[in-house]
Design a protein around this ligand. Structure first.
Ligand code: S3P
Length: 176
């Protein structure tokens, strides 16, 4: 199959970790849009936010997404805010099946805060409340995914197998 598998969803839902293992198991190339942004800008995401601001980051993110949307047969992990822009959603959807990973706010907190690399959460005085607010605001965008998988309390291997089952089902559909 030529279609990309695109992982969307909030920070800390495991897009990168799941994407890497998924790509390995399916023998597909793995790309991470945040990593491509860092390579393009020769700087860390956290510094891009600090020095140039979110709007600048979103512009670079849009360019990178436009580029990777033309790839074939890749697993693409996106940043948590990527699908908020309609243009990014449409680009990713062109040749991709969109899978949204979710987790509870508490789980997201546990997975993100110790890493100190999430500019949108770091400054908050009440991180759980910020996560909840952002999740609520982003819900309609994440809901546009073709499939949604809750990753709370699940091992990466289990999540990857769930995605592989979805892909098999999709491939079966396309044959008939
Ligand atoms: C963001 C999520 C981050 C990164 C940036 C903005 C967001 O990616 O793109 O900090 O708006 O949710 P992860 O979802 O990989 O943490």
């Amino acid at each position: 199959m030529d279609r990309n598998i695109v992982l969307i969803g909030f920070m800390g839902t495991g897009k990168t970790e799941v994407g890497m293992l998924l790509a390995e198991k399916l023998n597909m190339k793995f790309v991470d849009t945040d990593k491509l942004i860092e390579e393009k800008e020769k700087d860390r995401i956290i510094r891009i936010f600090q020095v140039k601001g979110e709007e600048y980051f979103r512009e670079v993110e849009e360019e990178v997404i436009e580029e990777v949307s033309n790839y074939k047969n890749c697993v693409i992990a996106t940043g948590g805010g990527a699908v908020i822009r309609e243009k990014n959603y449409l680009n990713l959807k062109k040749n991709g099946i969109l899978i949204c990973l979710t987790a509870t706010p508490e789980e997201i907190y546990k997975r993100t805060i110790p890493k100190k690399d999430r500019p949108l959460l770091m400054k908050s005085k009440n991180v759980i409340a910020t996560i909840k607010e952002m999740l609520e605001m982003r819900k309609p965008y994440y809901q546009k995914a073709d499939y949604t998988i809750d990753t709370t309390n699940k091992k990466v291997e289990i999540i990857v197998n769930e995605i592989i089952d979805i892909i098999k089902k999709e491939n079966g559909k396309n044959k008939s």
